[in-house]
Design a protein around this ligand. Structure first.
Ligand SMILES: NC(=O)c1ccc[n+]([C@@H]2O[C@H](COP(=O)([O-])OP(=O)(O)OC[C@H]3O[C@@H](n4cnc5c(N)ncnc54)[C@H](O)[C@@H]3O)[C@@H](O)[C@H]2O)c1
Length: 314
């Protein structure tokens, strides 16, 4: 039974993963080697939980539960030795993750499940040097950013893990109000990011050729495909419309769609000019300095609106 969870790395993803588990009653040991990140983490976590309280999503008692169930560690062994489930959210470097798992294999109990939050690295390569018994307890558990607001968690079910172990992890995520997705093949980007980037490629291309203004491309997405897809997935939408209709549309549309195997050149030009989005004040849109904090907060508020709405999906 999973009671104690070690989260490795308290960066963008790790701190949010940690307080999602802790808020739902799990004991979380959060390991972070870099002092500045480690010292800042509790305040960052508290402010995100407070935001959820202010937006009426959780109670002050939930906030206190979330805070009291997290312990920060600067020592990997102390953080991981009692853990039933370890999830790593350290930088996306194969060698670093391989070495980390090798270390954890020596530290952890034989029954501890190891998870990686990798976005793009192969699980099989990451765990190749581990003994077979441990490989059978390794998985990808892929969260979306911000981890505490986006419900999806993609869980690998690649056939290396006993069914009852997978099921226990699946239930852990359900208990934390996540919507776990079983990913059956070890493919780059798992499922959600493949869908995301297919859609993103077309949006960026439409911006590049000036098919519509950036505002209108985003408006088309929000009030068109994504409006429908928020409640009804793509495959079901196709069934509702009629597969004969979709077949004809795809035969007509596919030759016209962007099929570039490189990132969009409009985006490349922006990046080369130092326009990285909100963090530099300019991306597809402009973010004057005095509006940056507000724009960021509005983004998170919209995610809470959607998180609340998702509870009503039927
Ligand atoms: N940022 C995203 O949108 C996102 C989304 C999904 C998955 N991911 C994946 O999650 C993982 C973490 O990404 P992130 O964006 O949180 O990165 P990050 O750089 O924000 O955080 C990584 C943290 O790990 C710490 N760290 C560095 N070396 C370490 C070590 N040897 N052991 C333990 N911790 C170490 C760093 O100090 C840092 O705090 C990556 O694999 C990434 O691909 C990121």
């Amino acid at each position: 039974m999973i009671r104690t969870i070690a989260v490795i790395g308290a960066g963008t993803m790790g701190h949010g993963i940690a307080h999602t588990f802790s808020r739902h009653g799990y004991q979380v040991n959060l390991y972070e080697p870099f002092e500045a990140v480690r010292v800042a983490a509790p305040e960052k976590i508290r402010s995100e939980l407070q935001f959820m309280v202010d937006e009426g999503y959780i109670t002050s008692a939930d906030l206190e539960t979330g805070m009291s169930n997290i312990t920060m560690y600067d020592d990997l062994e102390a953080a991981a030795k009692e853990a039933d489930y370890v999830i790593e959210a350290c930088p996306e470097k194969m060698q670093l993750k391989q070495e980390l798992f090798a270390q954890l294999d020596k530290i952890c109990k034989p029954t501890t499940v190891f998870a990686t939050n990798t976005s793009s690295l192969k699980l099989s390569e990451m765990i190749a040097q581990l003994p077979p018994e441990r490989q059978a307890l390794c998985m990808v558990s892929h969260w979306y950013n911000p981890a505490y607001l986006i419900p999806i968690a993609e869980l690998s079910k690649f056939g290396n893990m006993p069914e009852e172990v997978f099921q226990e992890v699946y239930e852990l995520y359900v208990a934390c109000e996540k919507q776990p997705v079983r990913v059956l093949k070890d493919i780059t980007g798992m499922v959600a990011n493949r869908i995301l980037h297919a859609q993103a490629r077309e949006c960026f291309y439409l911006a590049e050729i000036g098919a519509a203004s950036p505002e209108d491309i985003d408006k088309a997405l929000k009030y068109g495909p994504c409006f429908r897809n928020a409640t009804t997935g793509m495959l079901e939408v196709a069934d509702m419309g009629g597969l004969d209709v979709w077949l004809a549309a795809e035969d007509n549309m596919f030759p016209a769609l962007c099929n570039s195997d490189q990132a969009c050149s409009a985006m490349r030009e922006l990046v080369e000019a130092g326009h990285l989005g909100i963090k530099t004040g300019q991306g597809f849109f402009s973010y004057p300095e005095e509006r940056q904090a507000q724009a960021q907060t509005e983004f998170y508020k919209r995610l809470i609106v959607q998180l609340k709405a998702s509870k009503q999906y039927i």
